[in-house]
Ligand binder design. Structure first.
Ligand SMILES: Nc1ncnc2c1ncn2[C@@H]1O[C@H](COP(=O)(O)OP(=O)(O)O)[C@@H](O)[C@H]1O
Ligand SMILES: CC(C)(COP(=O)(O)O)[C@@H](O)C(=O)O
Length: 300
């Protein structure tokens, strides 16, 4: 724990962390948040969240901003509270939608941990910064497995739940592919994770999806298992169903981003244009790539 003692200047630091779309998952409860988490599989994106922290005499209370607006930012605040006693101004800018299944809260938490470590010279390594972000996500019910994926990159299979101390991940060897997304609306991650009927279905479907994925760990099979998972859990809106069907009609793979009312779609081989055109009928198509880029500090 760091106590601020400097007399004058403010300290600023900035960090970036990628977004992540979960295709399917299974919840693993544990009283220790370091061990609690999810298993499952998802895609780390080349779009994410940039977070700047400021500490010093000019910062009198901890405040959190998302895309220029003051927010509660409970997960981000928990990271700050775990790392320091001093007030911090935390500003995040998201190039991914928030509350729609892109792991924005996890990306903000990771960025906050990296930037605070730098601004306050806390001398922590990546493993412990990642652990702070994971614990903050779990205790606030804003995510379970995003941090494990976002801190590894690629198409991440989460084999064992938890932060870096206990979790275990692997990856699907995936080709370069565009990930197209249509955002239809938000789903509150916390409200689904606290709903026993929903979590029961998630766990049954998530276990089956993982077992099928491991028999054939390819990007195509991941997309198929994700679609099966989404329809079995009953979390899919009728509009999302329509988008998925339209994507499938072009030969593309599509499913729902967990946990959001968002469809993500990938085209096999290089037939991306017909898929893009079909998705366009439903709204603005967001376009990302699969990223192996890890969270990082940024310099101005
Ligand atoms: N980087 C961030 N900084 C602060 N608050 C955030 C950040 N990202 C998301 N939030 C807040 O978290 C809520 C959404 O969280 P959640 O449902 O877990 O969605 P997701 O993680 O998929 O974006 C939103 O109300 C948003 O205000
Ligand atoms: C699906 C979710 C529980 C939440 O993801 P998001 O809504 O993007 O924060 C994720 O953390 C996971 O464990 O797979």
């Amino acid at each position: 724990m760091y106590t601020y003692e400097s007399e004058g200047a403010d300290f600023l630091a900035k960090a970036y962390a990628p977004g992540h779309i979960t295709g399917f998952f299974q919840i693993h409860e544990h009283e220790d948040p370091h061990r609690k988490g999810s298993t499952g599989c998802g895609i780390v994106l080349n779009g994410g969240v940039t977070t700047e922290v400021k500490v010093g005499k000019s910062v009198e209370k901890t405040e959190i901003f998302l895309n220029g607006k003051s927010v509660k930012g409970r997960t981000t605040r928990t990271v700050a509270d775990m790392m320091t006693d001093v007030p911090v101004r935390i500003k995040s800018w998201a190039e991914i939608p928030t509350g729609c299944g892109f792991g924005a809260s996890g990306a903000g938490a990771l960025g906050t941990a990296y930037a605070l470590n730098r601004a306050l010279s806390l001398n922590q390594t990546v493993k412990s910064l990642t652990e702070y972000a994971h614990v903050a996500e779990v205790v606030n019910c804003s995510g379970l497995g995003d941090i494990a994926a976002q801190s590894n990159g690629g198409v991440v299979i989460r084999l064992q739940p938890g932060g870096p101390e206990f979790g275990l991940v692997d990856r699907i060897p995936a080709p370069e592919a565009r990930v197209f997304c249509i955002v239809l609306g938000e789903i509150s991650t916390g409200s689904v994770l606290r709903d026993e009927a929903a979590t029961g279905k998630i766990n049954t479907a998530g276990k089956a999806a993982m077992s099928e994925l491991l028999k054939k760990p390819t990007l195509e099979n991941f997309m198929q298992q994700a679609k099966m998972f989404a329809s079995k859990t009953g979390l899919m809106s009728s509009r999302a169903k329509d988008v998925i069907e339209a994507a499938n009609a072009t030969g593309g793979f599509a499913s729902q981003a967990m946990l959001g009312d968002t469809v993500f779609a990938i085209s096999p081989s290089c037939q991306e244009f017909p898929l893009y055109e079909a998705l366009q009928e439903f709204g603005q198509v967001l376009e990302y790539g699969i990223s192996t880029c890890l969270p990082k500090l940024m310099y101005d």
